[in-house]
Design a protein around this ligand. Structure first.
Ligand code: WT7
Length: 671
């Protein structure tokens, strides 16, 4: 009886809610969003999304996306086997969903606002213009022989042409692999080779914070040994003259001019690949997470609309670089699938001064603003006057993602930036999840959240916690390893070229669930807080790095016998990186010189953002008798907490700990 009551209540909730969530009115000028999508029955809807995922997601997919052919099967997933597939038999095109269906209704609506690096300069691109650019690039790609399934490496500044390049790939079924323009030539090369990219799209130069970045030159170095690369397309950002290889290099804008502004969108399967994006894991080799079409675009759009309470006419700004998943889902695909106006931020938060974001908020009348905790912490140190100087009355929602947002930073964001009026959404998700998974949801009426807490699972998401003994932790007031029990449409399908690694990393550690690599606690009220990575991944200054990636670069130096890298809590960066290096016995070089060389090697192989903040040359490392490095101890030393080292007597060489503590204190002081 109770069961029946709940079911019928949920059915009612779902049918009234999906009308709101689905925005059926495709052909009306209001499309695709209703004026307000508050759903006071969020809890019932959430239950329904877990109890009846096929109906829940099927209904949303049917009504929120434009299909060439509707799907026959909503989902075919087996978490035990790491098999995730959605909307089978369906055919659609993501660029059609992100551009054409909006052009048909509101061609002149602004799709993109490009906030250029140069202060006080922005450019608007309408949906019609975005479609034209996209089609011209798609036709250029076709002319150069790029076909469905080919991989396209993208190494470009944040710009409308970057967005159009991604959408052009989507239009013809090519798979883009955007590489953050701060990665070095070596890092770019390994990503190009891993995916056998046929072409690279880049720019003459980039500019960030007034500094020039030599993108084309870096690509030239990267592709020297990449036989797979047939062409390099070069957008003009600064107009500087750069080295040219005739026959291989193509001026992007000139090639586009020759092309028609119409290009039919390829009809693709729901599960055809859309893009791959590299991220760091526990080994030295970055992994290319692969996302597919329908499930990804549905999830990116739904989370963008509901988490940020986005309404037509709002100017949305996610200031992340497009080279990260946040740039893919929250700058490009989520907003565009909703017909939104999205801001492309090319600069850095402190250029020309720490008021940059807030001046931009005033000038562009931004309503929802999304950034990373590291930027918030940096700006709060610069003083409130940079915020107060500008009018921020348009702001309603302030989001952050990437690392835990400490209470002080949360309060500053809420009270100073938001003037106490705005909803702060601390959103938890990953490259692997494609979209936001744990988050306060303003549109559900949950406007109050606890500082530092991403709070509640999004619709369809069921977080579960396990302890070290692999036991499921039930009830509240528990902390453990965060896993996700139910498949969601936006989850990555595989690691490009290495499905075994995908299964080993995400689906085999806790059979039947997806393992996130994070620790979390569920407090007495059932709210979630992320406690940090439980694997060898570091989140520093908004970047994700594997300790093994750094260690393998240092191990290549002939003078280094062994290196161990740990992340440790840092006031500004979230986590900072500490490198402990053991030299070979015969090495007599000056320590400072070696550290300088190691820094240069890391800059060369990965990028300057990955250079550790502290280095120690040490005669040994704390290891167990079986040879495992005790990173916990290295972390405590880095954090200046020798009193918390615990019992070290079972180590293979206990005295090494005091040697390391002394060395650290000599070099970096006690606090
Ligand atoms: C890792 C994923 C999704 C865009 C940026 C990061 C950490 C993410 C939070 C948060 C605490 C967070 C986790 C996660 N993380 N959001 N709100 N609170 N930690 O994507 O580079 O794939 O990194 O970032 O450790 O696993 P990513």
């Amino acid at each position: 009886m109770v069961h029946r009551l709940i079911t019928s209540c949920c059915t009612r909730v779902l049918s009234s809610q999906t009308r709101v969530l689905c925005s059926r009115s495709f052909s009306s000028p209001l499309y695709p969003l209703q004026p307000k999508h508050v759903d006071p029955n969020h809890d019932a809807l959430y239950e329904e999304s877990l109890n009846n995922p096929e109906r829940f997601w099927g209904d949303l997919a049917k009504h929120r996306l434009r299909w060439s052919k509707e799907f026959d099967t909503v989902m075919d997933c087996d978490m035990h086997k790491g098999k995730i597939s959605w909307f089978l038999g369906g055919k659609l095109n993501v660029s059609d969903n992100c551009i054409d269906r909006h052009v048909e209704v509101t061609p002149d609506r602004t799709a993109l606002i490009w906030e250029k690096d140069e202060p006080n300069q922005h450019q608007r691109v309408s949906y019609r213009e975005l479609k034209e650019m996209t089609c011209q690039i798609a036709n250029t790609f076709k002319q150069y022989g790029i076909v469905k399934g080919d991989r396209v490496a993208v190494y470009m500044p944040v710009s409308p042409l970057l967005v159009a390049t991604m959408l052009a790939c989507a239009r013809i079924g090519a798979v883009h692999s955007v590489v953050f323009a701060g990665f070095s030539a070596e890092a770019l090369k390994s990503r190009i080779l891993d995916a056998s990219c046929k072409v690279v799209v880049t720019a003459d130069q980039g500019v960030r914070g007034g500094k020039v970045i030599e993108l084309k030159r870096t690509v030239d170095t990267a592709v020297v040994d990449c036989d797979c690369v047939e062409n390099v397309f070069v957008m003009s950002r600064t107009g500087a003259s750069v080295p040219w290889k005739d026959g291989r290099d193509v001026k992007l804008e000139e090639a586009m001019e020759q092309q028609s502004t119409e290009c039919p969108a390829e009809v693709l399967d729901s599960e055809d690949p859309l893009f791959m994006l590299y991220t760091s894991g526990s080994t030295g080799k970055p992994k290319g997470l692969l996302h597919t079409q329908a499930g990804y675009i549905l999830y990116a759009g739904l989370t963008h609309q509901l988490v940020f309470d986005y309404h037509h006419g709002d100017v949305f700004a996610c200031v992340s670089d497009i080279g990260w998943i946040n740039g893919h889902s929250s700058v490009v695909y989520g907003p565009l699938s909703n017909g939104a106006t999205t801001t492309l931020f090319e600069s850095v938060p402190t250029y020309p001064d720490p008021g940059r974001y807030w001046e931009m908020v005033e000038r562009l009348k931004i309503k929802q603003f999304y950034t990373a905790p590291t930027a918030i912490r940096l700006l709060l140190k610069c003083g409130d006057h940079y915020v107060h100087k500008y009018n921020r009355d348009t702001l309603t929602t302030l989001g952050c993602v990437g690392e835990p947002l400490n209470t002080g930073a949360w309060e500053w964001y809420h009270n100073v930036v938001g003037g106490g009026r705005c909803t702060v959404v601390d959103t938890w998700w990953q490259t692997e999840t494609g979209g936001i998974m744990i988050t306060p949801r303003p549109s559900s009426g949950h406007t109050r959240s606890k500082p530092g807490f991403p709070m509640t699972p999004f619709l369809g998401v069921e977080p579960v916690l396990y302890n070290d003994q692999n036991e499921l932790l039930e009830g509240n007031n528990v902390s453990g390893r965060l896993c996700i029990k139910k498949p969601t449409p936006g989850m990555a399908r595989t690691i490009y070229g290495d499905h075994e690694r995908f299964l080993d990393t995400y689906y085999r550690p806790y059979p039947g669930v997806y393992f996130t690599g994070d620790g979390a606690l569920r407090d007495k009220d059932g709210h979630y807080k992320i406690t940090g990575r439980v694997d060898d991944v570091i989140n520093t200054k908004g970047h994700r790095l594997g300790t093994a990636e750094l260690e393998s670069v240092m191990d290549e130096d002939p003078r280094v016998a062994e290196a161990a890298v740990v992340g440790y809590g840092h006031e500004d960066y979230g986590e900072a990186i500490y490198a402990y290096v053991i030299l070979k016995d015969e090495v007599r070089d000056n320590e400072e010189l070696i550290i300088k060389d190691l820094k240069a090697a890391i800059t060369k192989h990965i990028g300057s953002f990955a250079v550790p903040h502290c280095f120690m040359i040490t005669p040994g490392l704390p290891k167990t008798r079986s040879g495992k490095i005790m990173r916990r101890i290295l972390r405590k030393v880095a954090e200046n907490k020798p009193e918390e080292l615990g019992d070290v007597s079972t180590l293979a060489d206990p005295p090494i700990v005091s040697t390391i503590v002394e060395k650290h204190q000599q070099k970096y002081g006690t606090k």
